[in-house]
Design a protein around this ligand. Structure first.
Ligand SMILES: [Zn+2]
Length: 379
């Protein structure tokens, strides 16, 4: 395979540290946290500001981007990197996760998934092949295959069906992708978009293993672990995660989709995960919650009024180096858009500093189950 991932420490199981060299030339180190840019924007931040937080890679949604602004628009300006004006790496999800979101009225058939466009209200058919096509047309670094994510809770029969769809669609995705990359189909942009599979199986250990083994046999560039963190308990989630990571190849990145709480990231890194994404830091920031070493704090709380302290001593983010708690409190009370922006800059910087410490510990071998997330936060 193309070797876009180099493992620098760790092995098949346990904490790992590595580096990604993505097709666009963007580079990132793992464990990696990706802010979510569902509609091609990390909400409230300019592309440069994303970089200021230490974020090297974002995740967008290929399905939504194919509707608005549309793949033709993105393709006509040379791809998603130039359309967004973002110099880092871009991963892109398939739309499979929208299957369990309200409002999309999704249905799965043998062909793929039909979903309702949130913009026009029209019904759209996503197939494994059309998802590969749109990722390549968008020129993203990593495209996720179309998977089938069962809702939680789901019956065993529903999970069996879901794993069946996921395996069959992954196979069709890979065949179509290989045909394009062999040059027998047109559409390859400036660089070669990589394709990652997504394992499913709910919280059934047997089905997780069956799905993971089938996808590993197809030899993808990386593997997402999907369909978790959607309402199942933590213990079930981590059992299902470990059942997946234990079967994934050592030399391919493992991406735990939709997980972003520091405690969960730490536990997942201990279980051998390399990559994460979540709206957790950005959504919390917009809803006036910031992360500090002492825990989460409500910016609109009375203790913030008039305070000249930064959000957190020692934090290098633009909010902490340039603004006081009292000012940010005022911005939130008066609904100024600068408030959510400063809080977002802080929360993402906080998470990225946390990831850097995780990485240091993964490399020096001092990451073990006795470590608490709070031990890895900025002094
Ligand atoms: Zn800060």
């Amino acid at each position: 395979m193309e070797g876009h991932f180099q493992l620098e420490s760790g092995g098949k199981e346990g904490p790992r540290a590595g580096s990604l060299r993505l097709p666009s030339g963007a580079e990132a180190r793992t464990p990696l946290f990706m802010p979510v840019a569902t509609q091609l924007s990390v909400k409230t931040l300019s592309p440069d500001e994303i970089g200021y937080t230490g974020s090297k890679v974002v995740i967008t949604n290929g399905f939504l981007a194919s509707l608005e602004p549309g793949s033709a628009v993105i393709g006509s300006v040379g791809g998603m990197h130039s359309f967004m004006g973002f110099k880092g790496g871009i991963f892109s999800d398939s739309g499979g996760f929208q299957f369990i979101r309200k409002g999309f009225q999704a249905r799965a058939t043998g062909k793929g998934i039909t979903l309702r466009s949130p913009y026009s209200g029209e019904e759209v058919l996503l197939t494994p092949e059309s998802v590969v096509d749109l990722h390549i047309r968008h020129g993203v670094d990593v495209g996720m295959v179309l998977d089938h994510c069962p809702p939680f809770p789901a019956s065993l029969n529903d999970i069996i069906d879901s794993v069946g769809y996921t395996i069959s669609w992954a196979r069709r995705s890979k065949e179509h992708y290989d045909n394009i990359m062999d040059g027998s189909l047109s559409g390859v942009g400036e660089h070669r978009t990589l394709l990652y599979a997504i394992t499913q199986g709910g919280t059934s250990i047997d089905l997780r293993k069956e799905c993971t083994k089938a996808l590993v046999d197809m030899d993808f560039s990386g593997y997402g672990i999907g369909g978790l963190s959607i309402g199942e308990g933590k213990e079930d989630m981590f059992r299902a995660l470990s059942a997946s990571t234990g079967l994934l190849p050592e030399d391919r990145p493992r991406y735990f989709m939709g997980v972003g709480e520091p405690d969960d990231i730490l536990r997942s890194v201990l279980a051998g995960v390399d990559i994460f994404d979540s709206v957790f830091p950005t959504r919390n920031a917009r809803h006036r919650t910031v992360f500090t070493k002492g825990g989460r704090e409500n910016i609109r709380g009375p203790r913030w009024k008039g305070s000249s302290d930064p959000i957190m001593d020692g934090c290098p983010c633009p909010a902490c180096t340039g603004s006081s708690r009292g000012f940010i409190h005022h911005l939130f009370r008066t609904d100024e858009p600068l408030g959510p922006r400063l809080a977002t800059l802080h929360n993402l910087t906080f998470i990225q500093s946390f990831m850097e410490r995780l990485r240091e510990r993964a490399i020096d071998g001092s990451l073990d189950p006795t470590i608490r997330a709070v031990d890895l936060m900025i002094e």
